[in-house]
Design a protein around this ligand. Structure first.
Ligand code: AN0
Ligand code: CP
Length: 322
């Protein structure tokens, strides 16, 4: 694998999931693979899980890790061509990315969308320029439109649960992605990415959200879509909860309807579904205490699987550098 920015970079998803689950059993089996290799993790936005799980995964592979909080400690980056840099930006991405590429064998980058100009965000302007100028393999730590390390961890979590439950050996699980309320406009990246991965997984996939919250068609793909949450939850085996701001009325909040928050009462409609969320979660806004503290929540298992997802991805990239 030369880069990891979307599901399309993965030649064999099932093999990647197997590799991750093998690392979960034996974290240090490839301790020599990353010897004398350096990964740089560049954050333009906050992070807990991505930052720590990716560092842990790199250490398990024997790599050196450098972390830079670009938003707080780096120079403000310019991305436009041909501008006179007489305002707030101090350094151009052309130099900054090229310099980081000289210090690192692999770079991980997190850069959220600005949620102002849909065209700029959905063409992944920042990410593509970073990839172009750094000259080394890039792992997405969440881009403007996608969060593939999260979706791989989510896929692993569903696969683990399927393996433990014989009923899924003959039938596809029903997976529902449901919008949830939030007080801030959030990226569509986690939802887009989950949809992209579920659309190629062996599952029956439905998306539910209030009117006006359609995801970009290229990510929603062949999923069933309904604005009736109760109808979507019927017989669900997994319910993935996430807020996102509007794609159509770009970056806007059209609803904060608390009826969309998942509760134990709503869970009764489902097939005793397991509940997933990428975290961080605002309790009693996006998800109720009773769900997060209850037996159906898989959120900590998902966070745990972030380590093995990152380790499997780094292995696939490292073997191309040998
Ligand atoms: C971010 C998002 O929704 O993309 C990161 C999630 C992993 N969440 C927040 O900003 C709260
Ligand atoms: N789920 C996730 O990516 O969490 P962080 O934003 O804390 O990294």
């Amino acid at each position: 694998m030369k880069q990891f920015t979307s599901v399309n970079d993965v030649a064999d998803i099932s093999k990647l999931v197997q590799t991750a689950l093998a690392y979960k059993k034996s974290p240090y089996m490839d301790k020599k693979l990353g010897e004398n290799k350096t990964i740089g993790l560049i954050f333009l936005n906050p992070s807990l899980r991505t930052r720590l799980s990716t560092q842990k995964a790199a250490l398990n592979l024997g790599m050196n890790v450098m972390v830079m909080n670009m938003d707080k400690e780096g120079w403000a980056l310019e991305t436009q061509e041909g501008v006179v840099m007489n305002y707030t930006t101090v350094e151009h991405i052309k130099e900054a990315a090229a310099v980081m590429g000289q210090y690192c064998d692999i770079l991980g980058v997190r850069s959220f969308p600005k949620l102002i100009d849909r065209e700029e965000d959905y063409t992944e302007d920042f990410f593509n320029k970073f990839i172009k100028y750094c000259g080394v393999p890039v792992v997405s730590l969440e881009s403007a439109t996608l969060h593939p390390l999260q979706s791989l961890a989510d896929t692993i979590t569903i696969e683990e649960f399927k393996r433990e439950n014989p009923k899924f050996s003959s039938s596809q699980p029903k997976v529902v992605l449901t919008w949830a309320p939030h007080i801030k406009p959030l990226p569509q990246a986690v939802a887009n990415s989950f949809a992209e991965w579920m659309n190629v997984a062996n599952v029956d996939f439905t998306i539910t959200h209030p009117t006006g919250y359609n995801l970009a068609p290229k990510f929603a793909g062949k999923a069933k879509v309904t604005t009736n949450q109760n109808e979507a939850l019927q017989d669900a085996d997994f319910v993935y909860v996430k807020n996102w701001s509007c794609y159509e009325d770009y970056g806007k909040i059209l609803s904060q309807d608390s009826n969309w928050m998942l509760t134990n009462e709503k869970l009764k409609i489902t097939n005793n579904a397991k509940v997933m969320h990428c975290l961080p979660v605002r309790r009693n806004i996006e998800l109720s205490d009773e769900i997060l503290d209850g037996n159906n929540s898989l959120v900590l298992q998902q966070a745990n699987n972030r380590v093995w997802a990152a380790q499997a991805v780094m292995k696939e990239i490292l073997i191309t550098l040998l």
